[in-house]
Write a new protein. Sequence first.
Length: 590
Amino acid sequence: MKDFIKYVFATVTGIIVFSLIMGILFVISLVGLAASSASSVPVKENSVFSLMLSGQVNERAEEDVMGQLSGQLTENMGLDDIIAAIKKAKDNEDIKGIYIESGLFSIDSPASAHAIREALLDFKKSGKWIIAYGDSYTQTTYYICSVADKIYLNPQGMVDWHGLAANPYFVKDLLAKFGVKYQLCKVGKYKSAPEMMTADQMSEPNREQVTAYMTGIWKVMLKEVSDSRKIAVDSLNAYADRFVALSEQSDLVKMKMVDKLIYTDEVKGEIKKLLKIEADDNINQLSLSDMKNVKGVKEKGDKIAVYYAYGDIIDSETGSIIQQEHSIVANTVCKDLEKLANDDDVKAVVLRVNSPGGSAYASEQIWHAVMNVKAKKPIVVSMGGYAASGGYYISCAANYIYSEPTTITGSIGIFGMFPDFSGLLTEKLGVKFDEVKTNKHAAFGTIARPFNEEELSLLDQYIGRGYELFRKRVADGRKLSVEAVEEIAQGRVWLGNDALGIKLVDAIGSLDDAVKKAAQIAKVEEFKTVAYPEPTDWFTQFLEQANQKSYLDEQMQTTLGEYYEPFRFIKNINHQSAIQARLPFFMNIK
């Protein structure tokens, strides 16, 4: 018995000691993480900024504290960080050039790729060089890298240049297998988002608008690559038709798609020649992570707030379709904008919108908050990849609107999709219902049956009033007649370049252009920008991620790849608002 107690005591003691050691190591890791995030990085003479185009780019990067601690860090970059790093590299005399390396790269929209490309073109105005290398180039990375002075390719690599295609999903028949169908109320013949749930192919109006904006995006890409590479647009189109990804690598040089075929280890030699250093010297390199902590040109003067609103527009956190994706949460955004409106140190606000829309109710609340800001100080919108439907709703009241040429915007329309589970319950599961009611519409929205004609008529009227309100908000904000708005509404999606001609936007330009315009309207000569919402501190991030991370969800995402988002959408379909002002759930442009 004594031996048993001794062994138990020794085991318990060992567990306690082990736990204490692990706890101490964990705390040390957290302290190290906090210290590293706060330290500044010195820039040595004759340095190079190495921009690795690999991983996922979103509007802003969400720091993965749990990933850093566990060593399972996924590659996630923020568009804001990339553009800020390029700007710092331009202004820093010790940084002589940018080296871009193409990898497995995913970006949220063509407009975001265009923004990176424009920042690189601006960098070249400093007289500094850019070179690019890839074992292979996707179409998007090639589009970005085409600004480089020299494009190098692995002798066994490829350049994927094929044009644009869209393959929208339709899940009506899949849902029917489970006895589920959707009843639809919508305004706008171009409002195509519900087609995913209610149709098995694209409607003709939808095909018309998708063809228009994809053709417009491709024209922009063709012209810009043509200008940089000095290749005729007709030739670039011909190369796409030939699917040059499968061409001989030497032919890509003849086509002027790339400048030279070299192996990875030979790239350093090309960089050293540009730096004018010896072959055995080391190259001083700065990564994107380093550039975040490099001091830029110190701004001074009055404060211009840049508020980032990106993702689906939802009523509250519990309404998020994909909880681990960033969303525009109406009640949070409204409170934040109220604080900015009442902050006397903030002289103007730039609302950076990158959203396909979402809840119509939430969009109206944010519109109201924008109007309250506008009553006190200028507010200018900078549109990112998407600012459509609800994304346009929250933008239209601004003093001035900038768009990228390939921003997808407009889509002024509203719809309601209402799931009918009665087939699943009665036919598949054998559940039976009866009904007793005191008033005519007491059972409105029951799960026992679909809506009847009279109920659908009431819903149509409700959706119609929402559309009329949306249309009036646009008319008032853009100083157009309701009739003029109706001609360009009906749920029609427009490209930024086309939106300019129909007065949905005021100018084509970048976030920097929007900041300058806000300062001009506010009559501010010297200004500094401050980004909002402020980044969450590392400890709060740790607590939130510890509660929200789902191992099973991460494994599903890894396993399903590109099919993960449709799966997750269907799984969480009941969490979304029934009344929506949004683009199709998956644009799926490749």
